[in-house]
Design a protein around this ligand. Structure first.
Ligand SMILES: [Zn+2]
Length: 411
């Protein structure tokens, strides 16, 4: 056990099915990988995953054989045996929901997101993210790995190809926890709460991306009858067609209950993570390195060919006009919702402040661009955002000798 107790809500990494995000996510996927990742199975490419040493921990005698097989798959793929065999609980849906209900919802973190996304016009005014997470958030979780007691919990009630795929995902987290993530990088809320574009968020994208990649590889390795059963369960749960998605671009709240962007961001590590990991690292050694020491910003992950020397992140002075409740860095990913993917790719650093004022949410952001050309593209990209609400301002200002894009709004 760690010396400091970890609150339950901190020590959990979850998995949920991200079908509803798929189509919406394609636009963002375009930044980092061929959009057809999910459709063509680009993860089937051969990688240096073979565990030549054959390190596999013996499965305890009382463990279900299917769990043993799943664990073996993960060990062979990732290259090492588990240090200890992970404990797995497969429980009914109601019990599963109850196991999360008390601890899952982090109100401080959600309050922050509510303010920022409402202010930017990315979620509807009437959305209550705490309520959303209590209901839809928990219901969408299929399994989790608890860092505190190192237990995997699966939404059952039974093992079948669908729940086994989730188990493989969670076993990947157990593997990371046992071998790779003794680093001090905070992982889950609330530690990376007010800095979504942080090393903690990048680590989330990397670990969830890797877990999804391992799960997909497991499914791909199954015999046809298992795959058919899997497809049948998926169809029963989600319908035969994935949701067609909504409001792809521009990224804007389509109505007062709109949650598209929120779900897109929540699903991002799962939907885009696998392709990002494949692009950024090849083979277990590089993957281990990426998980152990992830980059500081999502920009580094999206553009792995650019290094810190060539393109250092610019320190941007925070807007100082108000006593803000929140201050942080939006980063390239979140700004792509506002500026568009291409314009946001010119990101070189940013700082925002956000606050609530009577019943309005407000934000002011300063964004540095890599060049004056890219700054002009950002200004251009922000026009659509500005035109949707006359209260929004878009301008360039000098801050600390640096010309930056300034976005300001109360919504
Ligand atoms: Zn996960």
């Amino acid at each position: 056990m760690p010396s400091e107790p970890i609150p339950e809500s901190v020590g959990v990494s979850k998995r949920f099915k991200a079908f509803m995000f798929m189509v919406v996510a394609m636009l963002l996927l375009g930044v980092v990988l061929p959009a057809a990742y999910f459709l063509t199975g680009s993860w089937r490419r051969q990688r240096a995953y073979d565990n030549a040493a054959g390190n596999v921990l013996d499965c305890p005698a009382d463990v279900d054989e299917q769990i043993c097989d799943a664990a073996e798959f993960v060990q062979v793929l990732r290259g090492r045996s588990f240090r200890t065999f992970p404990e797995v609980r497969v429980i009914g849906s109601d019990e599963f929901d109850e196991s999360l209900a008390d601890d899952w919802v982090d109100e401080a973190w959600l309050g922050y997101n509510d303010t920022v996304y409402t202010a930017l016009g990315l979620i509807g005014d009437d959305v209550d993210l705490v309520e959303v997470e209590r209901t839809q958030g928990i219901a969408s979780i299929l399994g989790y790995y608890s860092l505190g007691d190192q237990t995997i919990t699966i939404r059952g009630p039974e093992l079948n190809p669908f729940t086994l795929e989730t188990l493989v995902h969670e076993l990947s987290h157990a593997y990371d926890d046992q071998w790779l993530t003794s680093s001090t990088v905070p992982f889950t809320p609330p530690t990376w709460a007010f800095e979504t574009d942080s090393q903690g968020f990048v680590r989330l994208v990397v670990e969830e991306g890797m877990a999804e990649l391992v799960a997909k590889k497991w499914l791909d390795a199954q015999p046809d009858d298992v795959k058919e059963e899997y497809d049948r369960i998926i169809e029963q749960r989600y319908g035969s067609e994935p949701s067609t998605g909504v409001a792809v671009a521009p990224f804007a709240a389509s109505d007062s209950d709109s949650l598209d962007v929120w779900f897109l961001l929540q699903g991002y590590p799962y939907v885009s993570g696998p392709g990002i990991v494949e692009q950024a690292a090849e083979g277990n050694e590089e993957i281990d390195q990426l998980i152990t020491d992830p980059p500081d910003t999502i920009e580094r992950l999206l553009h792995p060919d650019v290094d810190d020397q060539d393109d250092p992140v610019v320190e941007v002075e925070a807007p100082t006009e108000v006593e803000a409740e929140y201050e942080g860095q939006l980063g390239e990913l979140q700004l792509s919702f506002v500026l568009g993917v291409d314009a946001a790719a010119g990101w070189d650093g940013d700082r925002f402040v956000a606050w609530n004022e009577s019943d309005r949410s407000c934000i002011t952001v300063h964004v540095a661009a890599e060049s004056s050309t890219e700054l002009a593209q950002m200004v251009d990209g922000a026009q659509g955002w500005q035109e949707r609400d006359p209260g929004r301002t878009v301008e360039t200002v000098q801050r600390d000798g640096l010309e930056v894009l300034r976005l300001a709004t109360c919504d």
